[in-house]
Design a protein around this ligand. Structure first.
Ligand code: G1P
Length: 292
């Protein structure tokens, strides 16, 4: 069995949910405390054993490439000032090979993944989306890779969401369950309110066998007029099993404004550098507001 060493990070989306900030800045560069969102995703991939990452970018995404470049002037400056902890943070991704490819038109997530097909070739691979950050003892993707190794099949990471949120996600219709792993009847992209077959939502972490590309290359248009990854998964599931795995860990939704603000606050509260000050700041703010 081939091991999972390659990952695709699609980062070509227009970021319309975050306008106007995303007019000239990629949404993947929006910071959670002091790191851009995409760096959390790259770190999870590295900690899961990934050795080669391809980031699918698009128009206006150059800042992502710059972020992962060495910045010699900055590095020299940090060495001179003996700020070695910052130097480590800045160079974190230096032990993984990063590749970039452009999606020439925004045709959807399925199309973005398809853009990386030549890089993947005949290997199994992971996909990590930047809208979800996972805080877990064992990195979310590593948990899925373990499932892939046990089943030699594709695996999609899922977690429960409330009823009124199912229409925002890919949802699975599970059949049997073994531990936290489900066999799946159907994968449905963004079901209409009240029609979701379950509350198990796809959370932006996947491991695929390369056969997924034979469905992605059909460029079938799905929900929202886009080429959907979920539709290719549904078709792959008819050829080979695709499991859903309810991974352990807390998942933060940074793909919408309120979730993004909440994630920043929670991460700041978890950070010993800010925790006390943030707590005090929040209490003061609430008191001030109550007085008005
Ligand atoms: C994408 C996927 C969806 C998945 C979601 C997770 O949707 O198409 O299946 O549940 O990411 O964040 P998007 O949020 O890009 O519309």
């Amino acid at each position: 069995m081939k091991t999972v060493k390659k990952a695709i990070i699609p980062a070509a989306g227009l970021g319309t949910r975050f306008l106007p900030v995303t007019k000239a800045m990629p949404k993947e560069m929006l910071p959670i405390v002091d790191k851009p969102t995409i760096q959390y995703i790259v770190e999870e991939a590295i900690e899961s054993g990934i050795e080669d990452i391809i980031i699918v970018t698009g128009k206006g995404k150059r800042a992502i490439e710059d972020h992962f470049d060495h910045n010699l002037e900055l590095e020299e400056n940090l060495v001179k000032k003996e700020k070695f902890d910052l130097l480590d943070k800045v160079n974190y991704a230096s032990n993984v090979d990063l590749h970039f490819i452009r999606q020439k038109e925004p045709k959807g997530l399925g199309h973005a993944v398809w853009c990386a097909r030549k890089f993947i070739g005949d290997d199994p691979f992971a996909v990590l989306l930047g809208d979800d950050i996972v805080k877990a003892e064992t990195p979310g993707l590593r948990q899925l890779i373990k499932q892939y190794e046990e089943t030699e099949s594709s695996v999609v990471g899922v977690q429960q969401v409330p009823d009124d949120e199912t229409h925002r996600y890919g949802i699975v219709d599970p059949s049997t369950i073994e531990g936290r792993r489900y066999q799946v009847n159907d994968f449905v992209e963004k079901p209409k309110q009240g029609t979701a077959p379950s509350n198990l939502a796809i959370m932006g972490r996947y491991v695929f066998t390369p056969e997924i590309f034979s469905y992605l290359e059909k460029h079938q248009i799905g929900a929202g007029g886009e080429i959907q990854l979920t539709d290719a998964i549904q078709q792959l599931n008819e050829l080979q099993k695709v499991y859903a795995y309810d991974f352990e860990g807390k998942r933060y939704d940074v793909g919408e404004k309120l979730g993004f603000l909440r994630t920043n606050l929670e991460f700041a509260l978890d950070n010993p550098e800010f925790a006390e000050d943030i707590e005090k700041m929040m209490k003061d703010m609430l008191l001030e507001k109550a007085k008005l």
